[in-house]
Ligand binder design. Structure first.
Ligand code: FA5
Length: 360
């Protein structure tokens, strides 16, 4: 076919036919090629379809020549497009293969691994320390009765903790509340095990869990936090047992050089009651920012079980005695990890969580 052949064609078709090869080369993608295919050889309104119409309308004497030309052009277009399509598909396959090829020199993609929350790790560690001393694990409900949270613990009706300004009560059930400490587990366990007390020779348990108070959130307070309760009941149990047990536990937690001291304090469910301080884990007792220069940090409340608590549970305080303690997990975690603000434990910023070494 030469340029003179194209003169037989309508001018726009002649021009398109003359630039077909260049247009074909310019198609860099399969999408572009499909558009070109539509323009040249598509079923309707394409150049090939219009050629057929021109052929029909041509005078008789031109029909043979024009027919041959139309066929030649249509075949050339179809062939050209098919060839280009195969080439573009091959390039696409090569790209896909290259993208999925394994490069053995690259470091392997590391899947993100889940991990226990730092507070959970510390709680598990605390529980483990007491488990090694024969304490078993107990749990209690987070929604408690006033009887378990207060009455069974010798907390009188006019105690400020019982006010709705300190405690979350359930609107529909005014005698139910979100437990304000893990101490109601004492009441539940004592009542449950009282009949077997003689046969068991005593009780030792730890009760970790979540507690709630109407405290405004600040660097050392949260309306929801965690405690680990501990209790031991036996015969002839005194402060020396409490002190020895806590000293052992605190040394297991903070290191063998840790010192403890008990300061008198008041909780209605223990008598005598005490607050336990440990020598500052950060400065070793010399005095620093964390212990505010005193060398000691306060960690938990403790004491000998009040006779009324044993009595309420049906246990004879003349025969049995014991100790109990309750520790704040967040405050302890702050101490162990030197975290200045307990809110960081609840924000779940992965950078913070990854930094939390030393909790297990
Ligand atoms: C009690 O809750 C007693 N039940 C502890 C106890 C048990 C005493 C057995 C005697 C015998 P207290 O209210 O002090 O005590 O709370 C215990 C610990 O919980 C505190 O030392 C502190 O570490 C932590 N804590 C208290 N309030 C908050 C709060 N809003 N946010 C975070 N931690 C708190």
């Amino acid at each position: 076919m030469d340029a003179s052949d194209l003169k037989l064609l309508p001018p726009d078709i002649a021009e398109a036919a003359a630039t077909f090869e260049a247009q074909l080369d310019a198609c860099g993608t399969l999408d572009a090629l499909m558009r070109l295919k539509g323009t040249f050889t598509g079923r309707e309104h394409s150049l090939a379809a219009r050629l057929m119409e021109a052929l029909k309308a041509a005078p008789k004497e031109q029909k043979r020549e024009l027919g041959a030309l139309a066929n030649q052009l249509k075949n050339a277009w179809e062939e050209g497009i098919k060839g280009r399509q195969e080439a573009l598909e091959a390039v696409k396959r090569d790209h896909a293969a290259a993208a999925s090829r394994v490069d053995p020199d690259l470091p392997p993609p590391m899947p993100l691994r889940g991990a226990l929350h730092p507070l959970q790790r510390l709680q598990d560690r605390l529980v483990g320390i007491f488990a090694a001393l024969g304490f078993h694990i107990e749990e209690g409900p987070e929604i408690e009765t006033e009887a378990h949270n207060f009455d069974g613990l010798n907390i009188p009706g006019d105690h400020p903790a019982r006010g709705s300004s300190d405690t979350f009560y359930l609107e529909q059930h005014p005698d139910l509340l979100l437990r304000t400490h893990t101490s109601p587990v004492q009441v539940r366990v004592l009542r449950r095990l009282a009949p077997e007390l003689e046969a068991r020779g005593g009780i030792r348990f730890v009760a970790p869990g979540r507690v709630y108070r109407k405290d405004d959130i600040d660097p050392t307070h949260s309306p929801m936090f965690h405690q680990v309760e501990g209790m031991l009941v036996g015969k002839g149990i005194g402060m020396q047992h409490l002190k020895g047990t806590l000293e052992y536990a605190m040394r297991a937690l903070f290191g063998p050089a840790t010192a403890i001291r008990l300061r008198p304090s008041y909780f209605p469910f223990v008598e005598p009651g005490a607050e336990l301080d440990v020598s500052c884990p950060l400065c070793g007792g010399k005095g620093c920012r964390v212990c505010k220069g005193s060398g000691w940090v306060e960690l938990l409340g403790a004491g000998l079980i009040h006779p009324n608590v044993l009595h309420y549970a049906g246990i004879d305080p003349e025969v049995w005695s014991g100790f109990a303690f309750g520790l704040g997990v967040e405050r302890t975690a702050m101490m162990v990890s030197q975290t200045p603000d307990l809110r960081l434990f609840f924000e779940n910023d992965q950078r913070f969580i990854r930094q939390m070494g030393g909790l297990d």
